[in-house]
Design a protein around this ligand. Structure first.
Ligand code: 6R9
Length: 649
């Protein structure tokens, strides 16, 4: 890691904004000045300017009971009204909200008026099914318009959605439904991925059978692929319910701190954390950052964030931020390489996309395929490019700008997390002189620092731990049902400062370089996975005695899951090492989801442990990355690494 960082810090290329871009930019220097003068007044101004408040707020921040923040808490608003009706009322009902493109090539255009009408009907369906404010609704859908409609309908009636990524398994759905006591699940028969129909409903069916019963009363099923599905008494077709639902629905105001959604994310222990976000502060910061960071001009831009709504990026930068801003978006269901490796570029040409927001793992994949593929398409509509999910290495950054952005578009590298709800660190196009590989500076109104282990700021030129030093509007309000874990995970280390779990370095200009997680959380293709969660899945299999999982660096996905397992003595004859690896890879995919499937599994006789019994993952990472094994002096058995390395030859 350290040689890589030294190399990064040698990066001397700079890309100042062009005068033409700066002249038309949404963000101005004044934002930094205002935020520095009075941070709370700055956010109050943004909130009043960007949102419609049914009842205006008079209090900006209540931090009397840290770390439980309340923003704008005496105000009332309706999140869906802010994303829909008000644009229609302002005369923009005919503006396209979504250009939807299914993987097989089917398309659907939804204007703001049409999207509003769909959400009103869906809100009536939910009410008829007994859902009211505060109830939890699980959503397990492909990237189709109904995913957005379902989320907004839940928000419209003041209920709480918990979106479960469509790639997750029945067990993952079950644990999320149980943790939040969801009353309703919204799913589909299936969706299109990699050129074929893949099923979704069977996973929901499996999640709802067995165990001690479930809180779920109904399952609402969108017909997407038309494949056969099993049917039970609790199931209802989405299209039947929508056809029968009244068209009118008036959005009621809810308090600013009304819960909006729960989104589960990996922590350092096995159990995913239900990150809770609320309404007014979250919508303020997602709307502000959509406009300032991506330089969104909603009348003329076509914006495409490629994230799935199952991840926080899809929540904040497909649904809430862009819709609150009145943006026109592209929504694409499928994989980037179906039916051909130029599909994304074809979509950009077709819809004249001007703002593209995607992840480094995708950019690196395209780099490997070669520039001749994007060069076949007209990408001249692009004017801003964004990156999120993991550090973007300078070479990928420069390729992105040169090949996709014709050597002229700003590239903004945006650092944030499920917990932060919205972008926290990013250049602002039109203002910042860009530095490839660095996320650069906190956005206006956000206070970030880098501390050493004892809590002292490291200062420029040094590395340490990234913290947020002041509460921010879109911050998580807690972990669902577990206030103690919320305090322990994020606040215990530095008292009054939010500990993000990322290492970072401040360079001599004061720009931030993100260095990856400092805990046992991996980042695979921009998705967070916990080593502990995959280890517990592996040891749950009858073949496995012990398991250790590490994130090994991977050219394409950033990190890849590599597992070391010890097979139970009673099972060693049962299967060959090769078979064992295959069986266990399939097992993890089935238990957690395909994204967690280990790239490699090594069967070993022992694991390297300290005298206190902690697995030394650092050493296993050396092995997995093909490096010379580092310092083994704290191992209980110093010979063990030699045995493991030999066994892998
Ligand atoms: C939005 C999102 C959060 C973790 C975060 C960090 C990594 C995200 C990054 C980045 C370097 C960036 N991360 N953006 N690292 N540069 N621009 O990805 O949320 O899934 O919760 O992941 O991702 O390690 O802590 P989430």
């Amino acid at each position: 890691m350290s040689t890589q960082i030294d190399h990064l810090l040698d990066e001397s290329r700079r890309f100042p904004p062009s005068p033409e871009f700066a002249a038309q930019a949404v963000a101005t220097e004044q934002l930094y000045t205002d935020a520095a003068a009075d941070r709370l007044a700055f956010w109050a101004d943004r909130s009043r300017e960007l949102l419609h408040w049914h009842t205006p707020f008079t209090r900006t921040l209540d931090w009397s009971n840290p770390p439980f923040a309340k923003w704008f808490d005496d105000g009332e608003l309706n999140v869906a009204y802010n994303c829909l009706d008000r644009h229609v009322e302002a005369g923009n009902g005919d503006r396209v909200a979504f250009h939807f493109e299914g993987e097989p090539g089917d398309t659907r255009t939804l204007t703001y008026a049409e999207l509003t009408a769909e959400v009103k009907k869906a809100a009536n369906v939910l009410t008829k099914l007994g859902i009211s404010a505060g109830d939890r609704v699980a959503i397990y859908l492909p990237m189709i318009p109904e995913a957005v409609i379902a989320m907004l309908a839940v928000a419209r009636i003041g209920a709480v959605h918990s979106v479960v990524f469509g790639g997750f398994s029945a067990d993952s759905i079950r644990s999320r439904i149980d943790d939040a006591n969801a009353k309703l699940v919204i799913t589909a028969d299936g969706g299109y991925r990699k050129g074929k129909a893949s099923s979704l409903k069977p996973a929901v069916d499996a999640a709802l059978t067995g165990g001690d019963g479930t809180s779920v009363e109904h399952v609402l099923v969108v017909k997407r692929t038309g494949q056969d599905v099993d049917w039970t008494d609790r199931d209802l077709w989405w299209h039947d319910e929508m056809a029968a639902a009244p068209a009118e629905h008036e959005a009621q105001p809810f308090p600013a701190e009304n819960p909006l959604f729960i989104l589960y994310t990996s922590g350092t222990t096995g159990k995913p954390k239900g990150i809770l976000h609320t309404s007014g502060g979250y919508l303020t910061q997602t709307a502000f950052t959509t406009q300032a960071v991506f330089d969104l001009h909603p009348e003329t831009d076509v914006y495409w964030c490629t994230a799935d709504v199952g991840w926080v990026t899809g929540h904040s930068y497909v649904v809430y931020g862009p819709l609150a801003s009145g943006a026109t978006q592209v929504l694409y269901e499928g994989t980037p390489d179906t039916p051909h490796p130029g599909r994304w570029w074809e979509l950009i040409e077709k819809y004249k996309v001007s703002i593209l927001y995607t992840a480094p793992t995708a950019i690196r994949t395209f780099m490997k395929l070669g520039r001749q593929i994007p060069q076949k398409f007209d990408l001249s509509s692009l004017r801003v490019l964004g990156s999120v999910g993991e550090p973007i290495n300078p070479e990928a950054w420069v390729w992105y700008r040169e090949v996709i952005g014709a050597g002229k578009t700003p590239v903004v590298d945006t650092w944030w997390q499920t917990e932060t709800g919205a972008i926290m660190v990013s250049a602002l196009p039109g203002i910042t002189s860009l530095k490839p590989g660095s996320a650069q500076v906190p956005i206006p109104g956000i206070s970030i620092d880098v501390l050493d282990d004892s809590g002292t700021p490291v200062g420029e030129g040094n590395g340490g731990l990234l913290v947020v030093t002041e509460p921010w509007p879109s911050m998580l309000r807690g972990i669902w049902g577990d206030p103690d874990r919320f305090k322990e995970t994020y606040w215990e280390k530095f008292g009054d400062k939010y500990f993000a779990g990322d290492g970072a370095r401040l360079d001599d200009d004061g720009d931030l370089w993100l260095l990856g997680r400092v805990d046992d959380v991996m980042n695979v293709s921009g998705h967070r996975l916990s080593t502990a969660e995959i280890e517990s899945s592996l040891v749950a299999h009858p073949l496995t005695a012990e398991a250790a999982v590490v994130g090994a660096s991977d050219e394409t996905t950033g990190q890849a899951v590599v597992a070391f397992v010890i097979i139970k003595a009673s099972q060693t004859d049962a299967a060959s090492a090769g078979d064992v690896a295959e069986i266990l890879r399939a097992h993890v995919a089935q238990q957690i989801g395909a994204i967690a499937r280990p790239r490699q599994i090594f069967v070993v006789n022992e694991l390297p442990k300290t005298r206190s019994g902690k697995i030394m993952r650092r050493l296993l990472r050396d092995v997995a990355e093909g490096r010379e094994v580092g310092d083994t002096t704290t191992l209980a058995d110093t010979a063990i690494m030699q045995v493991i390395t030999d066994a892998m030859k």
